[in-house]
Design a protein around this ligand. Structure first.
Ligand SMILES: *Cc1c(COP(=O)(O)O)cnc(C)c1O
Length: 249
């Protein structure tokens, strides 16, 4: 068994344990394998182990990888690609064309472009609003107070389906703090579901929890956990990510 396949199996056990601890069904939490900085072979190994949903942050890297993976897979294996990185508004077209989900929508202009540029023969793009839940810590994300207005603007866009909220809290080792922050995101989603009335029913997604805080996120209702290093191994230090960022800008 490959190392990636062992790590995936271990991750499914951890997800099940975290879900069971709060009396949730383990299949109510989907595992998004974050393959950023890892190559197409790593993705193919995960696919061989049964993984189907992959998350990517850097657009050009992702487009190359999606093409390489597709070329090596038989046509009956369908993958789901999730864009989870910062979005530049002049780079929305390839995202609309090549991804199934976008977790990081935080402004109306980007949402409008994604909807306009989504090819009509494809199903609507699934989107989550990224919420800046820790305030100052992160530049990305819509402020909690502005979530409702943004959701109202997006819900009418024909080629998008608003699925819920995504958050990347400020890292902390304190599990109680992790839980308190994730709880705020969950409460924000519940509030939004009520405020949007009938439209709120399609909002079924809380994308939160990474390798270091997954259990806390699941305890507070995460429906998608985004896990990279615990599956694929440590990423080469931040320098590599900085280079990727530099290439994007
Ligand atoms: C890199 C990344 C992850 C995965 O992080 P790990 O700590 O490797 O599990 C999840 N979400 C986002 C938005 C990321 O950029």
């Amino acid at each position: 068994m490959s190392l990636i396949s062992q790590k995936l199996q271990a991750m499914h056990s951890s997800i099940a344990a975290a879900a069971n601890a709060v009396s949730r069904q383990s299949d109510s939490v989907a595992l998004l394998a974050v393959s950023k900085t890892f190559d197409a072979d790593a993705v193919l190994e995960a696919v061989a182990a049964g993984q189907r949903a992959f998350g990517e942050n850097y657009l050009q890297e992702a487009l190359d990888k999606i093409a390489a993976v597709r070329a090596s897979l038989s046509a009956d294996i369908l993958l789901e690609w999730h864009f989870i990185g910062p979005i530049q508004s002049n780079k929305t077209r390839p995202i609309a064309e090549h991804f199934d989900w976008v977790h990081t929508v935080d402004r109306e202009k980007v949402a409008q472009r994604l909807s306009q540029q989504r090819p009509p023969q494809l199903p609507p793009l699934n989107v989550c609003l990224q919420v800046n839940i820790s305030g100052e810590a992160s530049k990305s994300g819509v402020a909690p107070a502005d979530v409702l207005d943004l959701a109202r603007a997006i819900i009418d866009l024909p080629q998008l389906t608003l699925r819920g909220l995504m958050a990347i809290p400020e890292p902390t080792d304190d599990v109680q703090k992790q839980r308190a922050t994730f709880r705020q995101v969950a409460e924000l989603l519940a509030q939004l579901q009520t405020q949007l009335g009938a439209d709120g029913r399609q909002l079924d997604t809380l994308s939160m929890g990474m390798s270091a805080d997954m259990a806390a996120a699941i305890a507070e209702g995460a429906t998608i956990v985004r896990i990279g290093s615990a599956i694929f191994g440590q990423r080469p230090q931040a320098t590599k990510e900085a280079v990727h960022h530099a290439k994007q800008t």
